[in-house]
Design a protein around this ligand. Sequence first.
Ligand SMILES: [Ca+2]
Ligand SMILES: [Ca+2]
Length: 83
Amino acid sequence: MKTIMSKVLTVLMVVMMAGVAYAGSNVEKPTLETLDADKNGFISKEEAATSDSVAKLFDEADANKDKQLDKSEFVTIASKLGK
Ligand SMILES: [Ca+2]
Ligand SMILES: [Ca+2]
C-alpha cells in the first residue's frame, strides 16, 4: 500500500513537472533579462540556446555579427516574436 502511494505520488510529480515545463515553453516570452544568464547585458549564442525561437533568429538579429545580441538587436527578435 505504501509503495503504491509513493509510486502514484512520483508519477504525479513527474506529470506536474512536465506540465510546468511544457507551459513554460509554450507561453515563452523571452526577454533580454531572463536570457542573459551572466547579466553582462548581452545575449550570447549559448544563452540564446535556452529559447528555440530566439536561437532561430539569433544570426538574423545579430546586426554587427559579434555573436552577441545587445539590447537594440534583441528588440528585433522581440518584435518578431510579438506577432
Ligand atoms: Ca550574457
Ligand atoms: Ca551583436
